[in-house]
Design a protein around this ligand. Structure first.
Ligand code: TXA
Ligand code: MG
Length: 312
């Protein structure tokens, strides 16, 4: 056990976090989507430490975070359509999976030995400042123990990983609240949606001029694991009201123990999702969840809820 430092997200805190990362230590940091558990992506030892801290059962590939599009291009071949996506959506809640360049310097373990690499340029100012100071790609999965709900506050990170990582940079709650949308590039059938997330697929499809293809069966992203993002409580979906003995997570008008959004706003609901699951989980009762419309960010919310509800 080490004591996990909580660093304020000011100039000194960010400088300290950058130093710790460069010294090979693990530091959780806020992005606009969720908190990431950062380690230098070119260091096999740091990347191995990430898997150990999360107690990930397998070496699932990680996302390399960089400060700008130019840094991303040094790691992967974005392809022409990938460059269009990068111009349209970076910095932002989009991850692109593309063929890795020879000499990227990325530790093999970070990409789990795959020829492709997932890359993201986050928009949150604290993440931007940190990545600019570090000057190297930072591998960062969501900063939660494997299989658990992603953290959207520094306290969530401490609840799950306190004592197992060097520090958490506290930048307050994450505004998007859902992990990034992941798009796969460089496949003959065209760009594919590997994971719905904080950037609505419709916005990507507007730039693409057609629908994203569905994820091919060749991809084994753990986001695809049937049971993932799981609270301890069992979850019942599309519940228009709670049964006796259940707590109710609402959406829109109507009584609820907690509501994702009183006004039925999907953006607000996404931002509240993981914190709401954590707080209802603390009651130790089954959770019934109101129906969420399957459009915009609702697609990603429903994807996370289905995984949280899957039998384990
Ligand atoms: O918003 C996010 O994406 C957050 C923040 C911290 O950036 N990160 C995140 O990382 O959600 P993680 O490790 O929890 O999820 C990354 C997903 C995994 O499902 C992984 O399998 C997939 O990305 N992935 C990574 N590299 C891949 C690759 N080369 N091919 C296919 N999937 C990949
Ligand atoms: Mg995760």
């Amino acid at each position: 056990m080490t004591d996990t430092l909580t660093l304020p997200a000011d100039e000194d805190g960010i400088a300290r976090a950058a130093e710790m990362l460069l010294a090979g230590r693990l530091v959780a940091f806020p992005t606009e989507t969720v908190y990431g558990l950062g380690g230098i992506a070119t260091s096999g030892a740091a990347v191995a430490g990430i898997f150990a801290a999360k107690r990930r059962p397998q070496f699932n590939p990680l996302i390399a975070h960089v400060a700008d599009v130019a840094a991303a291009e040094r790691l992967v071949e974005l392809t022409p359509i990938g460059e269009k996506f990068a111009q349209a959506f970076w910095p932002g809640p989009l991850t692109l999976v593309a063929p890795q360049r020879a000499g990227s310097g990325i530790a093999d373990l970070a990409a789990a030995g795959l020829p492709t690499l997932a890359v993201r340029v986050p928009a949150a100012p604290v993440a931007q400042a940190l990545l600019a100071q570090v000057g190297l790609p930072v591998a960062a999965p969501s900063a939660n123990p494997s299989g658990k709900v992603s953290p959207t506050t520094a306290q969530h990170v401490l609840d799950g990983l306190g004592g197992r990582i060097a520090a958490v940079l506290d930048g307050g709650p994450c505004p998007v609240g859902l992990e990034s949308t992941i798009v796969g590039l460089g496949r003959p059938e065209g760009p594919s949606l590997l994971r719905p997330g904080g950037l609505p697929a419709e916005e990507i499809e507007a730039v693409l001029g057609q629908q994203l293809s569905a994820a091919g069966s060749a991809i084994t992203a753990p986001g695809q694991l049937a049971s993932h993002y799981a609270p301890d409580a069992t979850i019942r979906l599309n519940a228009t009201s709670p049964e006796p003995g259940e707590v109710y997570l609402g959406f829109g008008a109507g009584p609820a123990d907690l509501s994702l959004s009183d006004t039925g706003d999907l953006i607000e609901a996404a931002a509240n999702l993981f914190a709401a699951l954590r707080s209802l989980d603390a009651h130790g009762m089954p959770i019934a969840v109101a129906p969420i419309p399957q459009k915009g960010l609702g697609r990603a919310i429903n994807d996370r809820l289905r995984r949280a509800a899957a039998p384990r």
